[in-house]
Design a protein around this ligand. Sequence first.
Ligand SMILES: [Zn+2]
Length: 200
Amino acid sequence: MIIYGTGSTKVKEEAIFNKCNSCGNINTTTAYVFAKYVDIFWIPIFPIGKYASTQCSHCKQVLQEKEMPPDLKQTVMPFKNISKTPLKAFSGLFVIALLIVGGGIMAAMAGKDTEQYAATPAVGDRYYYKEDDGSFSTMKIMELSSDSIFFFLNGYTIDKKSKTRTIDITKNYDTTEYYGYSKQEINNMLKDKTVFQIKR
Ligand SMILES: [Zn+2]
């Protein structure tokens, strides 16, 4: 479950010249500007605008923008317009951007490893591949010859590619029989991404 909502943070506070329309005191009014943002799990994700309000320090009357008399509104609006939305209101976007960049770097690194392992196959390497029915499984190199690679097959499949490593455990490999592929066949499987990752 994703818990989302909106929050706000104060971005400006300014004493203004005004006669309170409730208690009649002069110079007791403070204007506030708030930045409003959407949050997910209480982390601000992106800003959705600003709003202003005033409070009289004497009678405590609070006025929202739409309740302000025109002259008060005219005094307050410039403060609203010049106050900047703080970076805090975007912090979720920074986190998301970092995750995307970080994920991209990790995927690129995994791809590099796979390329390197494919070029230098070794006994024990595990090949992660896509089955014809769309599920995913793995096979482990048992033996190499000059033109073929022999594998123990994993007895399990999984329907989520990203979870393939969870079935890559020693006891899942059936070591009572093995299958051989020519290196050319393996190269084709790597090229068309049937084999999508190699672990060592
Ligand atoms: Zn007042």
